[in-house]
Write a protein that binds this ligand. Structure first.
Ligand code: SD4
Length: 338
């Protein structure tokens, strides 16, 4: 029988965990691959992001710290398409979405966050310091400020300003693949640099998995629109006993199939990361029918044996992989529609 003192100590710990929302579920499910870290991330910006993650993973750091540090590199890249350098909504405001998840089902996210440089770090604070999973808009900003994140100027980057002025001439919003760019860019016709998301999955030397995702969302979206990227289960999901998955592309169609969660469940059933991503893409294609040609959706996945894979709906998606042999490589992704 537990003595009274021990019981009180345990209850206090339980209450503290409840107050922060952190899952105190004991040790994470035993990972399969131990000793060889790996990190994968979306698009070519992933190459630099992987280097940031590798600084944490190589000396034996935690996957959670790696996926935060990694995508912060991209959030910092002015002129890139993630973070405050990203394209605004149709009213001219840059609104940011991000989420993060660790090896114990702890997760946090922010949506429609404005004027904060590192939404991924605010997402992590939501995970670690609140009983909630998702904070949005004004409330997310209020929380960020209370946590000491500085309020950045309400100003578009020079590139974004120029493109926005151009876009305002027609104000045409059609979230379709920009074929002029071989399908590489996702967003409204006439938009530039519209693969505006980085998603990252990592396994550390202990074999634990974590993931992150951060975006300025679809360019010239409606004010208040939130995509898949901050939504646990759609833009990102991690189950340490199985694997992790993340998405980029047309958020509405990722949400429709609960993309990242679906892929993890398919891997649980025995599919390889690539086969699971492909099955999810096939589901999107089936649902969209002829309209599938108007969108791009792409998934990356990593299982707990350290195997990775990806699949896209259309040509043009690439992803970056850093492995323990020292290589950081950009891979062209296979795709469904010829
Ligand atoms: C969104 N999934 O907001 C994001 C956009 C994206 O490359 O991934 N663009 O829907």
């Amino acid at each position: 029988m537990p003595n009274r003192r021990k019981f009180l100590q345990t209850s206090a710990a339980g209450l503290a965990a409840l107050a922060t929302g952190q899952v105190a579920a004991g040790p994470a499910a035993r990972p399969a691959a131990v000793g060889k870290p790996v990190v994968i991330s979306t698009w070519d910006a992933g190459l630099n992001a992987n280097l940031g993650a590798w600084k944490v993973l190589k000396p034996g750091g935690r996957a959670l710290d790696a996926v935060e540090a990694g995508v912060m590199v991209t959030e910092n890249e002015i002129g890139c398409c993630v973070g405050l350098g990203g394209r605004p909504d149709r009213d001219g405001h840059v609104t940011l979405d991000a989420c993060i998840m660790d090896e114990q089902f702890n997760c946090g996210g922010v949506a429609a966050l404005e004027r904060i440089k590192h939404p991924i770090s605010v997402a992590r604070r939501v995970m670690e310091r609140t009983p909630h999973v998702l904070l949005v808009g004004e409330g997310a900003q209020q929380f960020a400020l209370a946590q000491g994140f500085p309020l950045e100027p309400d100003k578009l980057s020079a590139d974004a300003e120029k493109d926005y002025r151009e876009w305002l001439k027609t104000s045409q919003y059609k979230p379709v693949v920009n074929v002029e760019n071989s399908g590489r860019r996702v967003g409204p016709v006439g938009g530039k640099q519209n693969h505006d998301t980085i998603a990252m999955l990592a396994q550390d030397a202990r074999g634990n998995l974590s993931g992150s995702c951060t975006t300025s969302g679809m360019a010239y979206k409606m004010r208040g629109r939130v995509g898949d990227s901050p939504l646990i289960g759609s833009g990102l999901y991690v189950d340490n006993a199985v694997g992790a998955a993340a998405a980029t592309g047309q958020g509405e169609d990722v949400i429709r199939i609960a993309g990242a969660s679906l892929i993890v469940e398919l891997m649980r059933q025995g599919l390889s990361p690539k086969a699971a991503c492909k099955a999810a893409i096939e589901r999107v294609a089936r649902i969209k029918g002829a309209k599938a040609r108007d969108i791009q959706v792409c998934f990356i996945a990593l299982n707990n044996r350290g195997e990775y894979g990806a699949y896209a709906l259309q040509k043009g998606f690439n992803y970056a992989v850093q492995t323990a042999d020292g290589n950081n490589t950009l891979l062209d992704c296979e795709y469904l529609l010829p």
